[in-house]
Design a protein around this ligand. Structure first.
Ligand code: AMP
Length: 728
């Protein structure tokens, strides 16, 4: 059996099989159907099956001897486990065949187990003893499993009483590392196994595991990792002065299993913030301190900082950008120059600020020259066939790297805001993200791959109060950088705050160690784009050239049902003032009974990379789903989400075609910015195409509102198909 590690079904019938060793299936964890009927088995050990999740075990028509060794079958039979009740089970005693349920054997029961403490509270460095008693007949063997403990040396002592088998576990010099772990006591005899666990609650003083120089991602961050039980209280000092929680500094911490990881965040720190930062972590068992030197800026406004200078920013720089000379006799002169230059710099910045506001906003990422505005004249003067499709290189003309030139017009194509979710409208610093233990997640198979990493189907234990385990989809982020960890945390907080019937359920994260994992409800038909393609006329070509498995193409009412559900999710997002910015069928998921939910918040860029337009280095834009104002002016609003919804409708009614599939990315930008819209899909009724056109009004305020769209779709769904103007 060792060779067949993946085997799921096993049938050995009518073969004269006499015995099976108790560990024969130890390498076949996937077995769930076993048929051993019609053999000559006289006994069968429970240990064969203890690690398996059997849906069916067929053992009828064997030659079992009535004794304690098969008592477990009788117990399982009475509980009707693995459908044993349906079988004709019997055993032989003194030459008589009797029904198994009538077997009467004394002193033959499952062991019982009890422990001296259900949870052990102990201080680090102390010793602790916990006792496990196993009783029953036959007297069970009792053992502690402690193998996963990090640093506790243990020894066990056995005491055998007449009808109790006792075993003491001594934990020597316990360490905080093992806080939250369990030790398990197992009692087993010929009838079966019973176990119980003791959780360890180990108190220990704070330890600062790391405190790093600031790194820059979305904001400047001094990263720290602290341990302690109970969680320590953190306080900060800047150059030995208590750090005040002023507006532009905040601390983000996420906690798990007495590990606190976090960031002291600074928003656009000037050189004023340079200096020593001391972290003091304190709980009732002790105190830990560590200092790091943070160097933010040499001068208040070096050349390559953000062009968006706000008046508030001008106000927070207390020092001019000139250092004062050290010679005392030159002090007055030096200070005058410094003050003069500082005043000049301030005037320059104010002028720059006014100029920026007057001539439009510039690229946040180093674009030079004012942003070009497409005027009606330029549009009409640039017919399609005259247009230059090139993307400018960083040094061509004076366009920045993220600029597309169309004819005479330069369009600043923006960084995808999903990657710059600073101050996102759904981010609440006090969001409570649920943490799930890694050991509660058992991966089953890969479902797909997104920009965050792989997505797996998994079983998750202890998630639902009513079910022992349930199927979930987990997104794993391998070897994350600090930046990715922070994005991950933000994503988790954002998802925790979004709860609706048509938004995929987010259960929580598993953030201890690698990979980082996000746990979602499992939607068994995967993403909507794939689903549409698999249920459309081209399904045969698309599904590996295999003959059609589907029950035919989606019908009108099913398409309406899909669209209505997405609109319902969007009504909710709009009510939360959440702008999605990347609505498309690839970001929706399909579950049982055609249940559709918005399922992705900016993570599917890799698999559908042709749906995105790469500008600059890593930036990917879903231009085919974007309205003109998002392409040209980086404006993303609830109205731009409505535009994308129009494109989703088009995708649904074309069975998942790529919008503008016949055009290149630069051609698509041209078309959209010039006001062309997608054609009516062949199967879309006029009423539906009217909704699409209502979503694609050039002026955002003239577009249909998502609540209206939802109502129209609901009404169309209720109307008989006869009333839908199929021929237009
Ligand atoms: P994503 O990282 O969200 O783009 O996911 C990549 C792929 O994994 C998707 O295209 C889906 O096919 C699959 N997937 C993601 N989330 C789920 C889920 N909750 N249930 C089922 N499949 C999923």
């Amino acid at each position: 059996m060792e060779l067949y590690t993946g085997i799921q079904n096993l049938t050995i019938m009518n073969c004269g099989l006499r015995s099976i060793q108790p560990r024969a299936f130890s390498k076949n964890p996937h077995l769930h159907y076993i048929n051993l009927s019609g053999n000559r088995l006289t006994t069968l050990s429970w240990q064969l099956f203890q690690h398996l999740e059997l849906s069916k075990l067929i053992i009828e028509n064997n030659q079992f001897t009535c004794n304690c060794a098969i008592r477990w079958i009788q117990i399982a039979y009475l509980k009707n486990e693995a459908s044993l009740r349906e079988q004709n089970l019997y055993c032989t005693t003194r030459g008589h065949k009797i029904s198994l349920h009538r077997m009467n054997i004394s002193q033959c029961d499952m062991p019982e187990v009890s422990v001296s403490h259900s949870s052990l509270e102990v201080h680090e460095g102390d010793n602790a003893v916990v006792t496990c008693n196993g009783s029953g007949s036959p007297l069970p063997d009792v053992d502690w499993t402690v193998s996963h403990l990090h640093s506790i040396s243990t020894h066990q002592t056995n005491v055998n009483w007449t009808n109790v088998h006792s075993i003491n576990l001594t934990l020597v010099n316990v360490s905080g590392e093992d806080n939250g772990s369990n030790v398990t006591c197992i009692a087993e005899n010929i009838v079966g196994m019973t176990k119980t666990t003791v959780s360890l609650n180990i108190y220990y003083p704070p330890r600062i595991l790391s405190l790093r120089e600031p790194v820059v991602h979305l904001e400047h961050c001094i990263e720290f990792t602290v341990r302690g039980n109970p969680y320590p209280i953190l306080t900060w000092y800047h150059n030995n002065q208590p750090l005040r929680p002023v507006d532009f500094i905040r601390q983000e911490v996420y906690k798990q299993d007495t590990l606190m990881e976090g960031c002291l965040l600074f928003n656009k720190p000037t050189h004023y913030y340079n200096g020593n930062y001391t972290l003091i972590a304190r709980n009732k068992f002790g105190i830990a301190t560590q200092t790091v030197y943070a160097h933010f800026l040499e001068q208040p406004y070096p050349e390559n900082t953000d062009y968006f200078v706000s008046v508030a920013d001008l106000g927070i720089s207390p020092t001019p950008p000139i250092s004062v000379t050290h010679k005392p006799e030159e002090d007055t002169f030096g200070v005058s120059i410094a003050v003069g230059l500082a005043a000049f710099a301030c005037v320059l910045l104010v002028v720059l600020f006014i100029v920026i506001n007057k001539y439009g906003r510039r690229s946040k990422f180093g674009m030079k020259g004012p942003v070009a505005v497409i005027s009606g004249e330029e549009d009409s003067a640039s017919p399609l066939h005259h247009i230059n499709h090139g993307i400018t290189t960083p040094n061509s003309l004076d366009a920045g790297p993220d600029t597309v030139v169309i004819g005479m017009t330069r369009i600043p194509v923006i960084e995808n805001p999903q990657y710059f979710r600073q101050g996102h409208n759904c981010h609440k610093p006090d969001t409570y993200v649920q943490y799930i233990k890694r050991r509660d997640i058992v991966l089953k198979r890969e479902l797909g791959e997104g920009a965050f990493g792989k997505v797996f189907l998994a079983e998750c234990y202890n998630l639902s109060p009513t079910k022992d385990k349930m199927l979930v989809a987990v997104k794993a982020l391998k070897d994350p950088t600090l930046a990715a960890r922070k994005d991950f945390q933000r994503e988790a907080e954002l998802l925790t705050n979004l709860q609706h019937d048509h938004i995929v359920k987010f259960y929580g994260v598993c953030g201890d160690g690698d990979p980082l994992i996000m746990v979602f409800e499992y939607m068994k038909h995967g993403d909507l784009n794939k689903f549409l393609r698999a249920h459309g006329p081209d399904a045969m070509i698309l599904v590996d050239g295999q003959p059609r498995q589907t029950k035919g193409d989606l019908g009108l009412s099913q398409m309406l049902h899909i669209a209505t559900q997405i609109a319902s999710g969007m009504v909710y997002l709009a009510s939360q003032h959440f702008v999605h910015r990347d609505l498309a069928t690839r970001n929706c998921l399909v579950g049982a009974n055609l249940l559709v939910k918005i399922g992705d918040f900016g993570m599917s860029r890799d698999v559908y990379s042709t749906d995105y337009y790469r500008v600059g280095g890593h930036t990917m834009l879903p231009i085919r789903w974007m309205p003109p104002e998002s392409i040209m002016y980086r404006k993303f609003t609830t109205e731009s989400d409505v535009w994308s919804f129009g494109v989703i409708l088009w995708e649904i009614f074309t069975y998942g075609k790529q919008p503008w599939f016949q055009l290149s990315n630069t051609e698509v930008i041209e078309c959209i910015t010039q006001g062309r819209v997608l054609e009516r899909p062949r199967v879309a009724p006029k009423e539906i195409y009217d909704i699409m056109l209502g979503c694609w009004q050039r002026e955002p305020q003239l577009r249909l509102n998502i609540k209206e769209i939802f109502k129209i779709l609901q009404a169309l769904g209720k109307a008989s198909p006869i009333y839908l103007d199929i021929l237009g």
